[in-house]
Write a protein that binds this ligand. Structure first.
Ligand SMILES: Cc1cc2nc3c(=O)[nH]c(=O)nc-3n(C[C@H](O)[C@H](O)[C@H](O)COP(=O)(O)OP(=O)(O)OC[C@H]3O[C@@H](n4cnc5c(N)ncnc54)[C@H](O)[C@@H]3O)c2cc1C
Length: 408
């Protein structure tokens, strides 16, 4: 395309973008794209915006993006700033490693590390986006690339057209299946017991405001405060060969969770037993995709790169995707949206693939049986002593909106 035509294309009306899925990834992308000047609509299958109960860690790489989107006040109100992350041994509670988080993260990376209830995070993100452009009760069932745009249709009979369609519809993505074929996700051999405990019930533990991660044979348990510090969120992972929904759903009781952590340190067992109820979550996974885009349709978040939550980066990477996508579309102008989508995936693929690999490796690292390998791991952690978050500079300092390198 010659320069004159390209310039004319760039000054055309803003592209209309349909985002499928109103989870953390979809809503943040919608907000990033809207603030970049595009016309954006979100289509969510559920009758209301919801997130399963429980907490989430947001590293500075994600918090920085959310703040830039104007969400700082909401995050400060709802989020908690953990002082440190503390890794401990399952049986005797010995410290294996500590790493300071706040206020150091803000000093190093210009944004804090926060812990927050998922529902609160989703509310904060949604507060920045016009409610009338979120179409609830819209379950996408099919789409077709018509060359100049995308046609999509929904279970409720609605049909839409858009210049670009973004599949942010999670690990069982319909958009992904439409682009690259159906393929069932694979059970990752882990289930999580999750619960929330009012902090006054465990006041005697005198917990520091922070993350603690207990590692042991075939399991680990993480806990941290959410809901403005009123609740302690815990997630206890245990390894299992098979997942069978019928067999497992009735195991989600506090008694079952306690049985799964039999013999663990009294603090772990005390926290689990202080919960009224407990939920179970089976972990599923997919191998990395070689490509995310086809024509004017692309993917983001768990739809294209689900990852084990053992780096605490799944949602953070979905948030980065949205910022990078907006940056690539702005830099590319209206001339060739399909090329902008290819640039977006070229920018994002190496980073998320690295994190998928690291998250998988952490399953082995956290779940070692007691023995020589575990002793070597503990010695390595001890040598690193009070690990600075600067060890993760490549992760936390990354600016997803900086797209010049690939756009040039
Ligand atoms: C136990 C656990 C702990 C975790 N902890 C962390 C953490 O600490 N930090 C972190 O960054 N990440 C964490 N993660 C990962 C994180 O939760 C996910 O990576 C993230 O939520 C993915 O967001 P998403 O928007 O891509 O997908 P989802 O949250 O799955 O959202 C997809 C949305 O699309 C909708 N949808 C699906 N199909 C359709 C359709 N056909 N039409 C319309 N809408 C549709 C769904 O209803 C849903 O609202 C954790 C995960 C687990 C399981």
């Amino acid at each position: 395309m010659n320069e004159k035509v390209a310039a004319a294309a760039r000054t055309k009306l803003p592209l209309g973008i349909a985002v499928i899925g109103g989870g953390i990834g979809g809503l943040t992308a919608a907000l990033s794209l809207r603030q970049a000047g595009f016309t954006v609509d979100v289509y969510e299958q559920a009758p209301e915006l919801t997130q399963i109960g429980g907490g989430i860690n947001m590293g500075p790489n994600a918090v920085r993006i959310l703040r830039r989107l104007g969400l700082a006040a909401g995050l400060d109100r709802e989020g908690v700033r953990p002082l440190s992350t503390h890794q401990r041994r399952w049986q005797d509670g010995r410290t294996l490693q500590r790493a300071p988080l706040n206020p150091l993260c803000e000093e190093l990376y210009g944004a804090p590390h926060i812990t927050i209830h998922r529902a609160d995070l989703l509310d904060v993100i949604a507060s920045g986006f016009p409610i009338e452009r979120i179409h609830l009760g819209h379950r996408l069932t099919g789409l077709e690339d018509k060359g100049g745009g995308i046609e999509a249709w929904f279970e409720n009979g609605a049909r839409i057209t858009a210049d670009i369609l973004v599949g942010a519809d999670g690990i069982n993505s319909t958009v992904r299946a439409a682009l690259f074929g159906e393929q069932a996700p694979v059970f990752a051999g882990c289930v999580a017991y999750r619960g929330l405990v009012p902090v006054e019930r465990i006041a005697d533990l005198a917990l520091e405001t922070g993350n603690q991660s207990w590692v042991g044979p075939g399991a680990h348990l993480v806990h941290y405060p959410v809901s403005r510090g009123r609740l302690l969120n815990f997630v206890g992972w245990t390894e299992h060969d098979e997942w069978n929904r019928e067999d497992w759903t009735d195991r989600a009781t506090v008694a079952r969770a306690l049985a799964a952590f039999e013999g663990w340190h009294p603090q772990v067992r005390r926290i689990i037993s202080a919960a009224d109820t407990c939920f179970i979550w089976a972990l599923f996974d997919r191998d990395p995709l070689p490509s995310w885009s086809l024509g004017r349709t692309t993917l983001l978040g768990d739809a294209c790169h689900p990852m084990y939550p053992f780096m605490g980066q799944g949602a953070a990477q979905a948030i980065e995707d949205g910022a990078a996508l907006a940056g690539c579309l702005v830099a590319g102008g209206n001339a060739d949206p399909a090329e902008s989508l290819r640039r977006y995936e070229r920018l994002r693929l190496p980073r998320v693939t690295r994190l998928q690999d690291m998250s998988r490796a952490n399953k082995t690292r956290f779940h070692m049986r007691d023995g020589p390998a575990q002793e070597a791991r503990d010695a390595e952690w001890a040598r690193a002593a009070d690990r600075s978050p600067d060890a993760l500079r490549w992760l936390y300092d990354y600016d997803a909106a900086q797209v010049e390198a690939v756009v040039a």
